[in-house]
Structures are given as C-alpha cells and as structure tokens.
Design a protein around this ligand. Structure first.
Ligand code: ATP
Ligand code: FE
Length: 334
C-alpha cells in the first residue's frame, strides 16, 4: 500500500510517500522559518497563506521524487489536529479535495500520534508497550503507547511547552527564531560552571511539567546581570537552562517507566532533536536497564513521513475518515 502523507499543522508544509509502515520513498519539507523570523514566532495568518502556496508544489515534488503519480496512491494521510486551525485547514481541505476527485480514501491523523510513532521510521524499532516523551513547541507530554493506535496520556505541561521555553529564552537572548537549535548550539560551546536554575518537579507523584518558572528565572538572571553592569555569558545561560529542561524531561520519563513497569522509552517532537536530551535520556535509560529509541532529528521535528505512518495504522484499524470530518486545535489523544 502506498500512502501520501501531508502535514500542515503549524509552520512547515510537508509531504511524504511511504510504503506500508516501513519503506519511505520520499519526504519533502518546505520550511517557513524565514517568513516568521522577523516576528520572533509563528504568525498564523502568514502561515496559512504560505501553506496555500506550498501545498501543491510540495506534494507534487514528493510524488516526483518517489517516481509515481497520484494514480499509484492507495491512501492519503493528513494531519487533522492539533495545531493552528488556518494552517490545518489548508492541508486537510487539499487532502479531502484529492480524495473527492480521485476516490482515494483519506485518513485524518492526530499530529501527536505521528510524533509518538515517528521512531518506527528508523531501522531499530521498539516493541509495545513503551513510554513516549513528546516534547515540541506546542506540547510536552508523556504517553503510554500500547499499540499503534492505543495511547494513554500520563502527563502534560501546565504552562509552557519545552520547545516554547527554548524559543522564549532564545528571544530573550536575541537569538534567532526558532530558538531551540540556537540555544543548543550556544550551550554546546560553554564549558564553564552552570547557574543553578530551578527545576519544577511539582510533587513527587506528578508526571506533569511546568516550564514558566524556569523561563522567569532566566529573565531575572539576565536583568540582574544587566543592572550589575556585568556582561551576560550567553553560553552559560543557554547551557544552564538546557540542563534544567533536560533534567526534568529525563527524570519524569524514568518516573513514568518505573510507575507503569515499562522497559522501553521513546522520544519524539522537535525538542528531541536536542543532542543533550538524546544523550542524557540514552545514558539514564542504560543505567536503569531500559531500552531507549529515538527518531533521527529530521523525523523528531515536524514531517509528513510520521503522518503517513500513523495514518496507515489508523486506516488499518478503523478505515477512512468521513468526508465531513473537520480539523481541531487541541488533541484529545489518550
Ligand atoms: P507541535 O504541534 O508538535 O508542537 P511544533 O510546531 O512545535 O509541533 P516541532 O517540529 O515538533 O513543531 O517542534 C519545534 C520545536 O522544537 C521548536 O520549539 C524548536 O525550538 C524546538 N527544537 C528544534 N530543535 C531543537 C533543539 N536542537 N533543541 C531544543 N529545541 C529544539
Ligand atoms: Fe510537532
């Protein structure tokens, strides 16, 4: 079965061609980073307009790279939510329109299911059940995955998402948008002492996250340095902030695995492109005798291959979506 995956939930237009749930024939992504950079964040109206321009060429390029035409496609998998409604509508309406004209079935996909399953795009695949830490610009959540369509939501952020915190700290330090990779690069260059920023553990039981206090602590530190007339060590702030985020993400993932008696942990979402997080989770998992799997950075951030994969399993499990189904801004997964 050949699946055309389409993703347009936020600020990237992406298309992919996947054969069953294993062989990736093409994965194309058109990034809007340059458009939103002057604003320091995604401008929804600009994002949806750019998706409108990009969706056709991106899908055409994916088909071309896979050396196939629409006639060869058996299923269209498309992100249905969560995300920006105006952005989602472009990809979703495009998929529905192709489906209506060609009679190729289409399947709406939850973007979070895509991130939870993105690790299956790799050679080394986990077996169920596993704990998935999904950390991105819009969400930071822990899921228990018991099958390709069976997820329980164990914890979520109560305020900022981890990626959002990276982006806000970057903005504070005058680093370009999106900030995550820039903060990571600055952090990697710092070899000195770290500032001890707060870690929000909430309570001992909690699998929820909170990053707004950390963001405020970084802001306060920057203000104090400026008032004292001292030069800000950007690398030190980035490394200390990153360490605080990674500590909490890793510890809570381990906590979830222990509590549910699960022997495998999996990463996903844009923040899992972070080298320090990948290294820290792999090390801690190894120490505790847990298996650890993660997608390569290109499949950690938004992409259409993971949407095709999740759509394939959704379709196998419960068939196509109805033509009158609609997009949604918040995930109710698990
Ligand atoms: P979602 O709807 O899943 O929240 P998203 O729009 O946030 O999607 P993703 O590609 O999943 O898109 O995640 C983007 C986030 O990941 C941004 O906040 C970005 O700063 C962050 N990010 C990307 N690379 C890194 C990195 N190396 N270190 C830390 N954060 C990163
Ligand atoms: Fe995402």
């Amino acid at each position: 079965m050949l699946i055309l995956g389409i993703e347009s939930s936020c600020d990237d237009t992406a298309a992919a061609i996947l054969e069953n749930d294993r062989t990736l024939h093409a994965s194309v992504l058109s990034s809007q980073d340059g458009i939103h950079r002057p604003f320091g964040g995604v401008v929804p109206e600009l994002a949806s307009r750019k998706h409108l321009e990009s969706v056709y060429p991106v899908v055409a390029e994916a088909l071309q790279r896979a050396r196939i035409t629409l006639d060869d496609i058996d299923l269209i998998a498309v992100t249905q939510g969560p995300g920006l409604i105006g952005s989602l509508l472009v990809g979703f309406s495009f998929a529905k329109a192709i489906s209506a004209v060609t009679a190729i079935p289409f399947r709406g996909v939850d973007h979070m299911a895509g991130h939870i399953l993105s690790v299956f795009l790799e050679e080394e695949r986990p077996t169920f059940p596993y704990i998935a830490l999904i950390a991105s610009g819009g969400t930071t959540s822990l899921y228990l995955a018991e099958g390709y369509t069976s997820f329980s939501h164990l914890g979520r952020t109560r305020d900022d998402a981890a990626g959002e915190a990276f982006d806000k700290v970057a903005k504070l330090l005058d680093l370009p948008y999106p900030g995550g990779p820039h903060v990571a690069r600055q952090a990697a260059g710092w070899k000195g002492d770290l500032i001890s920023f707060p870690r929000a553990w909430l309570n001992e039981e909690s699998l929820d996250f909170s990053f707004s206090g950390l963001k405020t602590a970084v802001l306060n530190h920057c203000r104090q340095q400026s008032q004292a007339g001292s030069e800000l060590a950007v690398g030190q702030v980035c490394a200390s902030f990153q360490e605080a985020v990674v500590d909490v993400l890793v510890e809570k993932t381990m906590r979830a695995a222990r509590r549910h008696g699960i022997g495998t942990v999996v990463l996903g979402g844009g923040v899992s492109a972070n080298a320090r997080l990948r290294q820290a989770l792999a090390t801690r998992a190894g120490e505790q005798g847990l298996k650890c799997f993660m997608p390569r950075p290109a499949f950690s951030t938004d992409n259409a291959a993971m949407i095709a994969l999740a759509g394939y399993h959704g379709f196998i499990e419960s068939g196509p979506s109805a033509i009158d189904s609609d997009v949604y801004s918040r995930s109710s997964l698990g």
